[in-house]
Write a protein that binds this ligand. Structure first.
Ligand code: ATP
Ligand code: MG
Ligand code: MG
Length: 379
């Protein structure tokens, strides 16, 4: 069989390897941490930093196809991997999605709306833009942010100097966005293969707590035509950017039905974990299919589902419940809970340790189950 190399050894790589091994592929991962979630299930882990050129050469040497599980891959390393192995996703997609301004321009070029934004190069420019957009508005570093890190919600002009000075320390460009008073946050994951086949998974309705994904609800509680539009926008972006593999598209939906794209991720996405049991094909299998130029699998939704993230602080209460046999099944509510844990050793606060897919008859029933476990009380 062929070997797939994965840059990065986190949970996304782990679930990718678990799916790909079932399809007959071997996996090698490169990650600096011993016992990384992906390393535990891959055939081999190269223990080195992501910017280690020798290690990248080794990965290239061992792999027939290379993919990555995060977007902040060093450009120099990508070059080596492209020269010495096969990286079907290419370097352009990474270059675009590594930087919020480039990403927004690419989304606009696909004919898809983003929230009004401005490039910020000085405190004066920031003040001018805040006056133009009105408060609140959101200042973000152009690169390196995740889980809301590298962001400042500016609520008054008094905060301009401090916000600018704080985020400037990141030594990257800054971008100011108008605050979108969204009704819902949605995401759609689309896959595109080198032969040009494109498929989107059903739109997820996402609930964040402290800027970290808490729940994905599918089907999203939105009208069918909005669901279809969201899926069409993701497909348009995948085609316009010439995506190979997965592209996750995060969106804001306003009360009057307007959709703005927030950001992209060229990889499996936390909001797509629901596909593992709820869709005919999981996002991880679909990514393997796309990068290996196999026919894409059906994205049909088999059951309503609510995905709930398990963070470090949820581990102790979760393990108590899982030990009490049968607690996670609720026949009366018709809920079947599938627990996925990532094999991380230390349950640090806010750290993503696993997730639970609640297979339900009606997504509105999941909330009662979530509340009665008490696991997510400390959110
Ligand atoms: P991720 O972990 O998804 O990569 P991130 O750190 O890249 O997160 P964003 O997705 O840009 O950050 O923003 C995090 C959250 O902050 C969004 O999901 C949304 O809830 C809120 N947010 C971001 N930008 C805006 C905006 N312009 N208007 C309103 N809310 C926003
Ligand atoms: Mg992000
Ligand atoms: Mg985001």
């Amino acid at each position: 069989g062929s070997t797939i190399g994965v840059l990065g050894g986190g949970q996304l790589g782990r679930m990718l390897a678990l799916a790909g091994r079932n399809m007959g592929y071997r996996f090698v991962t490169l990650d600096p941490t011993e016992d990384a979630p992906c390393g535990q299930v891959a055939d081999e882990q190269i223990l080195a930093g992501y910017d280690d050129v020798e290690a990248a050469r080794k990965l290239a040497d061992k792999s027939d196809v290379i993919t990555y599980e995060f977007e902040n891959v060093d450009a120099h390393v990508t070059d080596i991997l492209m020269k010495e192995s096969y990286v079907p996703q290419g370097s352009q997609l990474l270059y675009t999605t590594q930087h919020r301004l480039r990403e927004k321009r690419a989304i606009e070029a696909a004919g898809v709306p983003v929230a009004p934004y401005a490039e910020i190069g000085s405190a004066d420019q920031l003040r001018e833009a805040v006056e133009r957009f009105g408060t609140p508005c959101v200042l973000k570093t152009a690169t390196g942010g995740y889980d809301g890190k590298g962001q400042w919600v500016i609520r008054s002009l008094d905060e301009v100097t401090e916000a600018y000075e704080t985020l400037s320390r990141a030594k990257t460009e800054l971008v100011l966005e108008q605050f979108i008073h969204f009704d819902k946050e949605l995401s759609v994951i689309a896959a595109r293969s080198p032969r040009g086949e494109v498929k989107a998974f059903p739109a997820a309705e996402n609930i964040h707590v402290h800027n970290i994904l808490h729940q994905s609800i599918v089907p999203a509680r939105i009208p069918a035509d909005v669901q279809q539009e969201a899926e069409q926008l993701a497909i348009r972006i995948a085609e316009s950017l010439g995506v190979i593999g997965l592209i996750a598209v995060e969106m804001f939906l306003t009360k009057n039905g307007q959709i703005y794209v927030n950001e992209l991720a060229p990889r499996p996405h936390n909001s797509g974990h629901y596909t593992m049991e709820a869709c005919r094909t999981s996002q991880f299998e679909q990514h393997v299919r796309a990068i290996c130029n196999l026919p894409l699998g059906s994205t049909e939704l088999l059951t309503p589902v609510v995905m709930v993230n398990v963070l470090g602080e949820h581990m102790a209460p979760l393990l108590e419940k899982v030990d009490a046999t049968g607690f996670l099944e609720d026949e009366e509510l018709g809920i079947s809970a599938k627990v996925h844990l990532y094999g991380k050793l230390e349950a640090k606060e806010k750290r993503k340790m696993g997730h639970i897919n609640l297979l339900v008859r009606d997504v509105n029933q999941a909330q009662a189950w979530i509340d009665c476990t008490g696991i997510w009380k400390s959110k």
